[in-house]
Design a protein around this ligand. Structure first.
Ligand code: ATP
Length: 347
């Protein structure tokens, strides 16, 4: 096991920057998700850690060992980094049985037959594949193939496992089941895991911390709870948990409360900044009431099982998301009360 650290890492493709001066550290044994929209640099960052790309500038270390240095050109190839990879495409050998796919890394290392067989059986058992050991990959479902890829990582006992959208090819129900398989794998191995996804629910469900990437930069690197409760930029507030971000017109202190004025409404806010300039409204900050401070019009009402999700339009045409136990018609006027939303300072 090992921590992964990047110091001032940049990656340019034909002079165009894909990553800008990334300095960060992934702790030993952590499960980290790299989350962000298409093209923000997630896969590039993962490929740099793997050694499939080399940094244009900056340094990457795995544990104590420097594995890439863009300034000197020094680089250690992927096969010498003791890292496991799990790809969207599974990358299994089609002509080998499941058992042989899993045991192959041990064969390459020259492990004796008995030890190889024991370790392979343990990995097959841990990933629920024992009964499929003699099948060919083509006779497996997508979820089972991904388990083979995980079992192959497990036998290799890597320092870290890098996963590039491993569930992207699977249907929704299987994705949820596979999340448990990954969590179980992590608990069992305590390997450092870096998981690329553009699906925030997936990142939130599994990761200890999430690095949210925006146009080649880490916008925020925090626990899922912190990212949701205390976003530090408009981008993160909007991308994680569908927050509505509104600019604050004025701030004033009233006793112990910090009050924000926006849209002719004044509300007590939570903030760790003395001069926040935006608030982030989550559904739990909004309740519907006849006498609410803010008037809104229902745009859409969607049943989510047990409650409805309301898309509302506020007085300045802003979109807000609220939840209700009751159905509301499109065009209906509602009053909203706001409860202590989070506010941040975006420079
Ligand atoms: P996605 O979710 O769509 O896979 P991503 O966040 O993983 O996107 P990257 O694949 O890392 O994004 O790409 C980041 C940027 O670098 C993009 O603008 C992409 O076009 C560019 N890029 C990536 N690989 C190359 C390459 N080999 N040559 C040129 N440009 C590249």
């Amino acid at each position: 096991m090992a921590d992964l650290s990047l110091t001032a890492v940049e990656k340019h493709f034909d002079g165009v920057p894909a990553l800008h001066s990334i300095t960060t550290r992934i702790e030993d044994g952590e499960f980290v998700a790299l989350l962000g929209p298409s093209g923000c640099g997630k896969s590039t960052l993962l490929r740099l850690l793997a050694g499939f790309e080399t940094p244009s500038l900056g340094r990457i270390s795995i544990g104590e060992q420097e594995v890439a240095n863009g300034d000197t050109g020094h680089t250690i190839p992927p096969e010498a980094r003791n890292i496991g990879f799990v790809f969207q495409s599974y990358a299994l050998w089609p002509h080998m049985t499941v058992r042989r796919n899993v045991s192959y890394p041990l064969e390459v290392r020259g492990l004796p037959r008995q030890a190889r067989s024991e370790q392979t059986n343990l990995a097959l058992e841990a990933t629920g594949l024992s009964e499929f050991a003699d099948r060919m990959p083509s006779d497996l479902s997508g979820g089972q193939r991904q388990r083979v890829a995980l079992a192959r990582c497990l036998v290799s006992d890597p320092q870290a496992v890098l996963l590039d959208e491993p569930l992207a090819n699977l249907d929704v129900a299987l994705r949820a089941a596979m999340q448990d398989v990954f969590l179980d794998f992590h608990a069992r191995t305590q390997a450092t895991m870096v998981y690329v996804t553009h699906d925030q629910a997936e990142a939130m469900a599994m990761a200890d911390r999430i690095a949210v990437l925006e146009r080649g930069r880490i916008a925020q690197f925090d626990t899922p709870q912190e990212l949701y409760a205390r976003p530090r930029s408009r981008f993160v507030a909007g991308f994680v948990g569908e927050g509505t971000v509104l600019p604050i017109d004025q701030i004033r202190q009233e006793g112990d409360n910090l009050m924000a004025q926006f849209n002719q409404t004044t509300v007590a806010i939570s903030s760790d900044s003395a001069q926040p300039n935006h608030i982030c409204l989550r559904p739990e900050n909004i309740s519907l009431s006849e006498t609410g401070d803010m008037r809104c019009v229902v745009q859409r009402c969607t049943y989510l099982g047990g409650h409805y999700r309301l898309t509302l339009q506020g007085p300045n045409a802003e979109n807000l998301i609220a939840e209700s136990r009751f159905y509301h018609k499109t065009g209906e006027q509602l009053g909203l009360s706001l409860h202590q939303p989070w506010a941040f300072q975006e420079i």
